[in-house]
Design a protein around this ligand. Structure first.
Ligand code: URA
Length: 210
């Protein structure tokens, strides 16, 4: 295993990931699965958030019970494939703010090119969870994290559905302070930077564009 990488091995997550790998899974089902797995991954990535006791009056009596304390959350989808993941995260944490990071992979160099970046004003004081379904070469994830750090963000976590070992190693080398969560880890990339065996182009499969 790789230091800083958590693979969420829950059977529901693994089952859903396998359905996503199946090339015959239709677009609408694929999109729903992305959202569902993202919700389950959100549960894991927020597992260590601090809590504090709050006074509450039940129908029976006054008591104190835990609520989430500390930094507020930002979910930061990398456009466009991160959008369905962000929806799944918001299903669990509806009060989170959103930061949109527009990056595309240059098909020849495989480098990340930025075309949009918009964050909440107080982003630097928040915990930012970057979401992108595929961590392949690591170029896009590294660029997204670079950009957030330039904006002053210091507390960043990265969540993907499927990671490739070279990509995880690249992101961890560039940003050792950023932990990564994934539903699966594949060993290889092909010559076009796609994860093998992977699940194909997540954006195209989610939006039916190819
Ligand atoms: N992006 C994808 O959508 N799929 C891959 O396999 C790699 C990058």
């Amino acid at each position: 295993m790789i230091d800083g990488l958590t693979i969420v091995s829950h059977p529901l997550v693994q089952h859903k990931l396998t359905k996503m790998r199946d090339r015959d899974t239709p677009t609408s089902v694929f999109r729903a699965l992305v959202r569902e797995i993202a919700t389950l991954l959100c549960y894991e990535v927020t597992r260590d958030l601090p809590t504090e006791l709050e006074a509450v009056t039940t129908p029976i009596t006054d008591t104190k019970a835990p609520v989430i304390a500390g930094k507020k959350l930002v979910v930061a989808p990398v456009l466009r494939a991160g959008l369905a993941m962000a929806e799944g995260m918001l299903d669990l944490v509806p009060s989170a703010r959103l930061a949109h990071i527009g990056l595309y992979r240059d098909p020849l160099s495989l480098e990340a090119v930025e075309y949009y970046f918009k964050t909440p004003e107080d982003c630097a004081e928040r915990l930012v969870i970057v979401v992108d379904p595929m961590l392949a070469t690591g170029h896009t994830a590294t660029a997204a994290i670079d950009r957030l750090k330039e904006a002053g963000v210091t507390d960043i976590r990265f969540v993907c559905l499927l990671a490739a070992r070279p990509g995880v190693e690249a992101v961890r080398a560039a940003h050792p302070d950023v932990p990564i969560w994934a539903a699966g880890l594949d060993e290889q990339l092909n010559d076009h930077g796609y994860i093998v065996p992977g699940l194909g182009d997540a954006g195209d499969r989610m939006y039916g564009t190819r």
